[in-house]
Design a protein around this ligand. Structure first.
Ligand SMILES: [Cu+2]
Length: 121
């Protein structure tokens, strides 16, 4: 009987360890960053963002530039969203682990358009 209780206790400890591992590896924070395109410029509500490794950044890009089509590109990640039309909203998730201290984005169609959100770890 004592031996059976010992085994049950051991199994419970193993299950607890497994659950804590599963939750610790998937519990990164998701930060939302809103980026608006207007008058051929990127504007963001987040110039500096405190993050930790394992976090995710959800970029929500809204084209409010009447009659204009833009792209959204993060060269560091080799990532590009083509043809964001007027009034269109696109969102994309990026991993903090893949980024340096700057999240820099540009528009391929208009070389003067660029914006940066600084990441602090
Ligand atoms: Cu553009």
């Amino acid at each position: 009987m004592k031996r059976a209780l010992k085994w049950i206790g051991l199994v419970c400890v193993l299950i607890a360890c497994l659950l804590s591992f599963v939750f610790s590896t998937s519990s990164g924070t998701v930060h939302e960053v809103n980026i608006t395109i207007d008058s051929m410029e990127f504007e963001t509500d987040t110039n500096t963002l405190p993050v930790e490794e394992g976090d995710t950044i959800r970029l929500i890009v809204h084209n409010e530039d009447a009659g204009m089509t833009h792209t959204f590109e993060i060269e560091e990640l080799g990532l590009r969203i083509n043809n964001i039309h007027y009034n269109e909203v696109v969102s994309i998730n990026v991993r903090v682990d893949d980024l340096s201290d700057q999240l820099r984005y540009t528009c391929r169609l208009h070389s003067l358009m660029e914006g940066t959100t600084f990441l602090t770890r």
